[in-house]
Design a protein around this ligand. Sequence first.
Ligand code: PLP
Length: 432
Amino acid sequence: MKKTYVSPTIERNVIGLMNKHGHGATSPVCDRIDGVRTADLLKEHGSPLFVYSETALREKYRAAHRAFSKRYASVQFAWSYKTNYLRAICQVFHQEGSIAEVVSDFEYDKARNLGVPGSQIVYNGPYKTRESLVRAVAEGAKIQIDNLDELLLVEDIARGAGRKVDVAIRVFADCGIQPVWSKFGFQYETFDAYRAIKRIHSGGKLNLAGLHMHVGTFILEPNAYRVAAAKLMFLAEVARKEFGFEVEYLNLGGGFASCNTLHNQYLPGEQTTPTFDQYAEAIVDGIHSELPSGQIPPKLLLETGRALVDEAGYLITTVRAMKRTAAGQPAIVVDAGVNLLYTANWYKFNIRPAQPNPGPPVQTMIYGCLCMNIDVLREQAALPALGVDDAIVFHPVGAYNQTQSMQFITYRPRSVMVCSNGTVEVIRERED
Ligand SMILES: *Cc1c(COP(=O)(O)O)cnc(C)c1O
């Protein structure tokens, strides 16, 4: 039989060994998460298991907030619910001072049920139902208008409410990132955004209180935010001079990269992801580049999602079977599939054994547990020889995996939070 050709691969140095940037900080074994033994977590809560670190959530949030507040007087974060809307996670961010950012009626309800007042909800998305907009208007939510049809709808609702309604418009622009996300909002370069502002003025039912731009996601180039902030600030000045609108806030959306590693990246994310300081510097610089002297800078809103939550999340899975691929590569079957780890499409997670396994690391294929050929969590992970019942830990997986998980042929597992006081709490029950 003809042997299958297997192309050679270059893998980065195993974390913990030296590379040209110095020592990595992470141990090659993940036998504890925030001091709690991985084995105990599995015994108590079953496998697979999502684990979130409260400490990591709070530390990230504080680092991000500090980077901006030390450079800019008025900063407000709005937690992007769709990135992870487990109640416990949202609550941690709300306790830290974040308001809510929602993109559907479902998420709007979720925020209200968590006790967030309407006035502290930023309402985004390309389609908002009329009923939810009526509620958002009545409750004073920060509506970010996506398109002309929505603009007319909100005007109609404002007419019914008998008062002027504060709104923002979402804008998209060329900020040097390709492809430009043109699905959302009004284009800057073609004057669509300008015309939307003009329409808001002539309609007489709405007040332009804010301008929004979300450049994209996992943006590794801080300069894109400098351009975005400058363009929004320029537009705010046009709105003030031509139409008398005092734009209260600029909303720069989300999109900061987490410390994950994209499949096409050679160096690990911890070494390539810009710092919050770099993003903050770019945004503040961009605003000031277009701010006329004497003018009070607008409030800055940020909807950072993945960069705040990704690294707080772990998925522990258990090896259930050993195999070899047709090319003779070692392979394992674990008890979680791509239905739980949607972001395996983009990211080379850190994958570590939960127990010390002897022997050198070998490139191992990690198959998920779904009866579907595409269910591969990683084609090549450097792992020591594992056996059935050994556990492996995927990290960082805190962003988007919960909210995009599917109930495809399996029940979704339990999620727990390792709290800052060392206790472990169930924050989402296993399905039955
Ligand atoms: C998804 C989303 C975010 C969060 O994006 P991240 O890339 O996770 O930071 C923020 N704002 C809007 C409008 C979004 O759609």
